[in-house]
Design a protein around this ligand. Structure first.
Ligand code: CA
Length: 294
């Protein structure tokens, strides 16, 4: 099996770095530190990292077609104007569940945001997956989720891949790109116990899935058609949270990591925990879709 090594490109010491997406226009990675409530934009060519502090936990961020950043926080959806720094609160689909927060979220190729929630106490089945459209409507699409993660769409637009982390599976849905409806949920990949837990995920131009492995020291490449593990990216950090393709021709895999659960000894053993990593994995990925604003 092919094995790749990732190297640290930004020793950002994040508590829980997550949700990377590639900003083609700025050639930058947009990402969040969930626990610190920060949204960042990192420029690999200059190593500059811009940061905006949001006064709540923030689980995901996507760029919008108008140049804003749309994020999911503990108090619902919010919009950040990166020029002015102004934050606008939007809809909160779970005002009755203050212990819940948004977790991973991605846009489908049509520009709808799919973002899931979870209990900050990781209560089983307390979260949901929502679909947010450009009309501002929020609809619950999947119920009884524990840790909503993953999210990727096949290049032909007819499959959506999804992860509820504790299940140790990647699931597929049939995806209707016109209506944005999902159906026929089934397991397509099982993550072996010794590889940790599946967290964030992205897809490459060959239709294979790159799954970040929480407590698994890396990222795995799986074939969703067969469930077969094809390749592995190794990191010197135990908790690997998410990944996206970017850089020239989308040939670099950018990877986020966490330091949250490390004790003093752990910090010594994994000094780059919470950093951003990059690896050339010999295959190109796909652009990160943006949220289509009305
Ligand atoms: Ca995640």
């Amino acid at each position: 099996m092919q094995t790749y090594q990732a190297s640290c490109i930004f020793d950002g010491k994040a508590t829980l770095a997550e949700g990377p997406g590639w900003d083609e226009e700025r050639q930058a990675i947009v990402w969040v530190d969930i626990e610190k409530g920060k949204i960042s934009r990192f420029y690999p060519s200059t190593h500059r990292n811009e940061t905006w502090a949001i006064s709540q936990k923030v689980g995901c961020v996507v760029r919008t077609s108008k140049g804003d950043l749309l994020a999911g926080g503990q108090e619902g959806l919010l919009k950040l104007n990166p020029e002015s720094g102004e934050v606008t609160s939007l809809q909160n689909p779970e005002p009755d569940l203050p212990v819940n927060r948004f977790n991973d979220g991605k846009c489908d190729p049509q520009g709808r945001l799919w973002a899931g929630t979870m209990s900050c106490e990781e209560e089983e089945g307390a979260g949901s997956l929502y679909r947010i459209t450009n009309e501002g409507s929020v609809k619950r699409m999947v119920e009884s989720v524990t840790i909503s993660n993953g999210l990727a769409w096949s290049q032909d637009g007819t499959s959506m891949y999804y992860i509820d982390t504790p299940t140790r599976h990647v699931d597929a849905f049939d995806f209707d790109p016109v209506e944005g409806e999902i159906s026929n949920r089934r397991h397509v990949i099982e993550i072996p116990k010794d590889m940790g837990y599946p967290d964030g995920m992205t897809i490459d131009a060959e239709g294979k899935l790159w799954v970040a492995l929480w407590a698994g020291w890396g990222v795995g490449r799986w074939d969703p058609a067969t469930g077969e593990l094809l390749a592995r990216v190794q990191l010197p950090v135990e908790c690997v949270t998410a990944c996206c393709f970017g850089g020239k021709d989308y040939r670099t895999l950018y990877i986020t990591t966490a330091s949250r659960d490390l004790d003093e000894e752990g910090h010594k053993e994994q000094p780059q925990a919470g950093g951003l990593f990059a690896a050339d994995v010999g295959v190109a990925g796909l652009p990160t879709p943006v949220f289509k604003e009305a």
